[in-house]
Ligand binder design. Structure first.
Ligand code: MG
Length: 242
C-alpha cells in the first residue's frame, strides 16, 4: 500500500483547527482528508469488554472501565457522536489506504487489565485484517512486547519521557520499530536522531505544537511528528493545508 509520505501524525485526530472532538470519527476523517501519514488515537476497555476510543479513562465524567458500552451511550460528543468503538473506528479508517491508524494502548487498572486490553485489541486488528493500517504505541513496555508476541509483524513504538525512556539499543533488541518520546528528550540529547537512525529505528516526538519546535524536528529529520497542528506542519513542509 502507498501510505502518505510525510512525517505528520495528527494527535487524537485532526481536531483543533475545526474544533472537532478529540478521538472522534470526525477528527479521524479530517486527518485523512489532510493526507496525514497517521492519525493517532487512544483505546480503553469497557466493563463488558468493548474497546472504545477516548483519551481519558472517563467519557464526559463516566468511568469507562466500570461502565458498560450501553451505559456510555448516554453521553455524546458535542458534534453528536457517541464514543467510538475500536471496531467502528477501524472500519472508518480502512475505507482508505493512505493514512495509518496509530493505536495507543492506554494504561489500564492493573497488569491483568492491561494485558486483556492488549490481547483484545490485537485480536480485533487480526480479525478485521487491519494489520497493514495499524501501528501500536504505548507507555506500557510490556504491553508492546505482548503485541509483538501475538503478532511478530506488528509495528510498535515506545512512548516515554524523562526518566521513563529506554536506550535505542534496547528498543532495537526488543524488535521495536522506534522511539516515540516527548520531544524534550531529543532536545536534551540530539544524538538520539543519528543513534536511532543508525540502528534502523524511527524517531517520533510528541506533542509538538509551536512552529519553531516543529521546524526543529523537521531540521533534525524526525521520521514522524505527532502534533495538534497538522495544518501548520504541512505549511512548514511547503504543502499548503486545505
Ligand atoms: Mg495518545
Amino acid at each position: 500500500m502507498k501510505w502518505n509520505k510525510n512525517p505528520v501524525i495528527a494527535h487524537r485526530g485532526a481536531f483543533k483547527k475545526n474544533n472537532l472532538p478529540e478521538n472522534s470519527i470526525a477528527s479521524l476523517k479530517e486527518a485523512i482528508r489532510l493526507k496525514c501519514y497517521g492519525s493517532e488515537f487512544d483505546v480503553h476497555m469497557t466493563k463488558d469488554g468493548i474497546i472504545v476510543v477516548n483519551h481519558d479513562a472517563d467519557f464526559y465524567g463516566m468511568d469507562i472501565s466500570s461502565s458498560t458500552y450501553q451505559e456510555l451511550l448516554v453521553k455524546k460528543h458535542p458534534n453528536g457522536e457517541s464514543i467510538p468503538t475500536l471496531e467502528a473506528f477501524l472500519k472508518e479508517g480502512m475505507k482508505q489506504k493512505k493514512t495509518k491508524l496509530i493505536l495507543e494502548l492506554k494504561p489500564a487498572k492493573g497488569e491483568e487489565a492491561m494485558m486483556n486490553l492488549t490481547d483484545a485489541a490485537v485480536k480485533m486488528v487480526k480479525d478485521m485484517k487491519a494489520g497493514p493500517w495499524i501501528e501500536y504505541i504505548s507507555f506500557h513496555y510490556g504491553s508492546l512486547k505482548r503485541v509483538l508476541e501475538l503478532d511478530p509483524k506488528a509495528t510498535v513504538a515506545f512512548l516515554a519521557s524523562g526518566k521513563g525512556i529506554v536506550t535505542a539499543e534496547k528498543l532495537k533488541a526488543d524488535k521495536f520499530a522506534g522511539a516515540d518520546y516527548h520531544y524534550s528528550v531529543y532536545k536534551q540529547d540530539p544524538s538520539w536522531f543519528e543513534k536511532a537512525h543508525s540502528l534502523g529505528l524511527t524517531i517520533n516526538g510528541w506533542t509538538v505544537n509551536p512552529k519553531e519546535d516543529l521546524q526543529w524536528m523537521l531540521d533534525n529529520k524526525a521520521d514522524y511528528i505527532t502534533t495538534n497542528e497538522p495544518e501548520l506542519l504541512f505549511e512548514l513542509l511547503g504543502k499548503k493545508a486545505k
